[in-house]
Write a protein that binds this ligand. Structure first.
Ligand SMILES: Cc1ncc(COP(=O)(O)O)c(C=O)c1O
Length: 393
């Protein structure tokens, strides 16, 4: 059966952060903005997931729950089938979200005042968990590249490692907001540096399943096993299948000592019980929603192609950054010659859209916007009409 991703589903008054809380979180006052900021889909989740949830709800008993054999098998089979990655059930630590897990790991693997390195532009929650845990955020800006979009600046990274001696590096792969999928070669060079300076890598791989045609994903766990003692991969079914509010993620930690310490942390916070509905949804998604995802990836790729062609053909004042993954699009607006406040006003008051402002991704995001293309095509048509009005000014 073909899924109808063109269907518009009204998300107003569902407690949706993206639709109902633009004012509170984005401080954008204009009414009737088209929200293109938060990264979640405006699509219904896969029907087999809905059916599994209905069945579980109908059971009616919601006592304490734990992950069973089915959960681990669904997860390990998924990584083997989709990414040719063999993970062992004993590596898996589950926690309600990637961000809370990363935050606990920042606490576990660094001290107050230590430096933690991220590549800019960086996902805003990385800054939040580093700064609110009283660590020092050190930015290693990515370099713009006409073909790849962005490339790593490993030379500067080495200088930063040598100067700040950080215990931790947070990697985002595929990269939010730029859509870069890091190659094996780039990751190998990165890990070589991390080994030289004794840095542990927290690799946020939440976007791993969202690849554009022809792109592949390389996990830090695909690299040499001697690096397993210094890598942790954070994964989740949430981005892939549109389950963000169900709150479940899996941290893959091959090193027994690191894993043991993380489990102890989770236990210390009482985070050793699991949500029955989340587990049901994740298991059903990994087991039975592969076809849904493949169809969706086709829809998302067509969305991107159409959007990019509109911008390239009719909006010389914007520049789309080439991407290999995610359903996000990172757009260079610097040719407009506006500061970030002015850019925000133009986007809301003239284009009528609520983007994620690039300035929320650190200093190297200034002058950019990020849009979420995980929506019905008609929303993109509305966004393009709005963006065209900027040129008419
Ligand atoms: C790179 C990245 N990590 C983590 C998250 C959120 O993860 P969670 O909702 O599981 O905390 C997002 C959401 O946009 C993201 O882009």
């Amino acid at each position: 059966m073909k899924n109808n991703f063109d269907q518009v589903i009204n998300r107003h008054a569902t407690g949706s952060v993206k639709w109902d809380f633009i004012d509170r979180y984005q401080n954008m006052q204009t009414d009737n903005l088209l929200p293109m900021w938060v990264s979640d889909y405006d699509f219904a989740c896969p029907s087999n997931v809905l059916e599994a949830l209905h069945r579980r709800v109908d059971h009616g008993v919601f006592g304490y729950s734990e992950r069973d054999e089915k959960y681990y098998t669904a997860l390990t089979n998924w990584f083997e089938r989709r990414h040719q990655l063999l993970i062992r059930p004993e590596w898996v630590c589950s926690i309600e979200g990637v961000v809370p897990g990363l935050s606990l790991l920042v606490q576990m693997l660094s001290q107050v005042g230590d430096s933690v390195v991220v590549q800019g532009p960086y996902y805003g929650s990385f800054a939040k968990i580093i700064k609110l845990n009283q660590r020092n955020l050190v930015e290693n800006p990515l370099q713009e590249d006409p073909d790849a979009g962005y490339v790593m600046d490993l030379e500067q990274l080495e200088e930063l490692f040598s100067k700040y001696r950080p215990p931790l590096f947070i990697l985002c792969n595929p990269h939010n907001p730029t859509g870069r999928c890091w190659s094996k070669d780039e990751l190998t060079k990165l890990l070589t540096l991390c080994e030289k300076y004794d840095v542990t890598v927290l690799s946020d791989e939440i976007w791993a399943d969202l690849l554009l045609p022809g792109s592949t994903f390389t996990s830090v766990l695909h690299l040499e096993s001697r690096w397993h003692s210094r890598v942790i991969a954070a994964t989740s079914a949430s981005k892939t299948f549109g389950l963000s509010s169900l709150r479940i993620s899996n941290f893959l930690i091959p090193d027994a000592d690191l894993k043991g310490r993380f489990i102890e942390r989770l236990n210390a916070h009482g985070l050793d019980v699991f949500n029955a509905l989340s587990m049901e949804a994740a298991t059903a998604a990994y087991n039975g929603a592969e076809h849904w995802l493949d169809e969706l990836l086709g829809y998302l790729a067509a969305n991107r192609d159409w959007f990019v062609s509109q911008v390239e053909n009719y909006m010389p004042w914007l520049r789309v950054i080439p991407a290999q993954g995610t359903y996000l699009i990172w757009i260079d607006c610097r040719a407009l010659g506006l500061n970030d406040d002015e850019l925000k006003n133009v986007m809301t008051e003239i284009a009528g859209i609520a983007p994620s402002m690039g300035s929320g991704f650190g200093p190297s995001g200034s002058g950019f916007i990020r849009l979420n293309l995980g929506c019905p095509r008609s929303y993109l048509e509305q966004a393009i009409k709005g963006l065209l009005r900027i040129g008419a000014q």
